[in-house]
Ligand binder design. Structure first.
Ligand SMILES: O=C(O)C1=C[C@@H](OP(=O)(O)O)[C@@H](O)[C@H](O)C1
Ligand SMILES: C=C(OP(=O)(O)O)C(=O)O
Length: 442
């Protein structure tokens, strides 16, 4: 485990001074138009891919400006257990190549989808017996199609017939790889998991997708990062091919997390004023980059320059009909935003959110309705009609993005009490402190 300069994630939440001892947070309202700048922490998705690819590389890799959060730490711990040691440096984490090893070890998954999906293929490469388990919530999240595909590629996996965590991977010194069909409709992470480890499989991998995978930008991110580490992935429609390769990269610098930026980006649309998110990349595969289009569709301005993204809003938003299949992780914040829209809204294409940190469609419909919202679940999303909202407790179901959604609600509603704000430490330990600073800057 890295030590030293990495911060302990939970302390940042408690440091904010406004989180109650009972782990509740009175989300601040926006008294005036906002005028603020924020720098959000590193991308979870990029950080955890960079850690995996670094572990698979032939030499040491410095991952600069990585996310330091629960999910990132779980990934480093998992890699450590699997034989890839890491140390903290002044500006990042230095990873050693993964070494072989024997014996019985345990990987803690927490509720991190990236750890639960990206590390089982790595376990096939060594000779350890690796037990995987985590929070109660991770036992409910889908993983069976990935385990099925790994078995078809030669892996020895025991899931007790559950098709879910806990499960055990018995490594036999490598994986044959080859051609496999995969149903990745419940999570794009199944596909990313196979592709990320494929350079180390004896025959690489050729994956043919059955059904449509969500989160297309995350798939593009996987292909892009494989290339940067020296692999040569190819894609032909639903077919993906990654030949065996020796990976190597001295340094990888992580972009800010544009999905963590979502509540800050939408804030001026509801409060009026301006927010600048510094360090917004000019080019990126992150799904959060789509927020620039959303802001414009909802009547705001989004200007990207060398300093970052500046969003200006007028304090009112129209209703919207949005297919979020490709950018599902943005749903909680967008649903909260649309509760204040002047017309009816619909969010579609996100049935797979029922298998996220919690059943996000049920959680959002329940919690937004409890505060007076007119929000109903559909088969694949949410229907939101204008309704006057009021204060109350906003439960977060151990879901970091529900804390962010609660913050957005608080902009316009007095007395929104967000329950368990510390759970935001999954991806953004400093969120509460940053949010309060942004609201008090104007
Ligand atoms: O590959 C990744 O880093 C992710 C892919 C997406 O998962 P799903 O495709 O399961 O939605 C996204 O929601 C998650 O937050 C991160
Ligand atoms: C779905 C998410 O996370 P995970 O990486 O655990 O899948 C998310 O961050 O919205």
């Amino acid at each position: 485990m890295p030590t030293g300069r990495l911060r302990w994630f939970a302390s940042r939440v408690w440091d904010s001074g406004h989180v109650g001892e009972d782990n509740t947070w009175a989300a601040p309202t926006a008294a005036d138009a906002i005028d603020a700048e924020v720098r959000v922490p590193g991308s979870k998705s990029i950080t955890n891919r960079a850690f995996v690819l670094a572990a698979l590389s032939a030499g040491k890799t410095l991952v600069r400006e990585p996310l330091d959060s629960r999910d990132a730490r779980l990934m480093l711990s998992a890699l450590d257990v699997l034989g890839a040691a890491s140390t903290a440096t002044t500006d990042g984490v230095l990873l050693e190549p993964m070494t072989g090893g024997t014996g019985e070890v345990r990987v803690a998954l927490g509720n991190a989808g990236t750890v639960a999906r990206f590390t089982p293929p790595l376990a096939t490469l060594g000779s350890r017996t690796v037990h995987f388990d985590g929070d109660p919530a991770i036992r409910r999240r889908p993983v069976a199609p990935l385990l099925h595909a790994l078995r078809a590629l030669g892996a020895d996996i025991d899931d007790g017939g559950r098709g879910a965590a806990p499960f055990t991977v018995r490594g036999h010194g490598g994986l044959d790889g080859g051609r496999v069909d995969l149903d990745s409709s419940a999570s794009s992470q199944f596909l990313s998991a196979l592709l990320l480890s494929a350079p180390a499989f004896t025959r690489g991998v050729t994956v043919r997708l059955k059904g449509e995978a969500p989160s297309e930008p995350h798939i593009a991110m996987t292909l892009d990062m494989l290339r940067r580490f020296g692999a040569e992935p190819e894609r032909d429609g639903p077919e993906f091919h990654v030949p065996p390769a020796t990976l190597a990269l001295d340094t990888y610098t992580v972009e800010p997390d544009l999905s963590s930026a979502a509540p800050f980006v939408v804030a001026p649309l509801l409060a009026g004023g301006r927010v600048r998110v510094s360090g917004w990349p000019a080019e990126t595969t992150q799904p959060g980059d789509w927020l620039r289009d959303l802001v414009r569709e909802l009547g705001g301005e989004a200007v990207l320059d060398a300093e970052g993204l500046t969003v200006t809003g007028g304090g009112t938003v129209p209703g919207a009909d949005l297919d979020l299949h490709a950018v599902g992780e943005l749903t909680p914040v967008i649903a909260a935003l649309l509760c204040f829209a002047e017309g009816p809204s619909e969010i579609r294409g996100v049935a797979h959110l029922r298998g996220h940190e919690t059943d996000r469609l049920a959680a959002l419909a329940t919690e937004l309705s409890a505060l007076g919202g007119d929000v109903t679940e559909t088969d694949d999303g949410l229907r939101i009609r204008p309704a006057p909202l009021h204060g109350g407790t906003f439960h977060t179901y151990d879901d970091h993005r529900l804390v962010m959604a609660g913050a957005v609600l608080g902009l316009r509603i007095a007395d929104v009490v967000v329950e368990n704000p510390a759970t935001v430490g999954k991806t953004y330990p400093e969120f509460v402190a940053d949010w309060e600073r942004v609201l008090h800057q104007g």
